[in-house]
Design a protein around this ligand. Structure first.
Ligand SMILES: [Zn+2]
Length: 139
């Protein structure tokens, strides 16, 4: 508000300078006003962009779902993913997991997520990975 008042006074001053036959001074003052106007526009644009980013992050946080192991993204009746839990929790990055027969792999941090097996599938899955240590969490 204070800024608006100052600018209002300066515009009035420009008018007065013109009326009293001082066009050079009026022009200089106008140039100053133009510069601060452009700065305000830039600042406004930056703030708008920041606000958009915050809104996006909030929207994202609302549509991310944790299945106890990985993240999924709910997008208008569609489920996208899964995404790496480590990358999202640590860096707020949604890194899509690559699907393999028995597990999901994150190319971002190298983490492996064993697939949830059921019944026979589960036993076969366990046998298949026997002798191999699969780190569930990579530091
Ligand atoms: Zn990851």
């Amino acid at each position: 508000m204070a800024l608006d008042m100052v600018k209002g006074m300066e515009f009035k001053q420009v008018l007065e300078l013109i009326q009293s036959g001082k066009p050079e001074q009026a022009r200089a003052l106008l140039a100053q006003l133009q510069e601060s106007f452009l700065n305000l526009c830039q600042e406004n644009e930056n703030l708008r962009r920041q606000m958009d980013e915050v809104t996006q992050i909030l929207n994202l946080a609302e549509s991310v779902e944790f299945d106890g192991q990985k993240y999924w993204l709910n997008e208008q009746f569609r489920k996208k993913g899964p995404y790496c839990q480590v990358c999202y929790d640590r860096d707020a990055l949604l890194v899509r997991l690559q699907e393999h027969d028995k597990h999901w792999h994150c190319q971002g941090c190298g983490n492996l997520y064993l697939k949830r097996a059921q019944g026979m599938e589960r036993k076969q899955g366990l046998r298949a990975v026997q002798g191999k240590t699969i780190p569930l969490f990579v530091d």
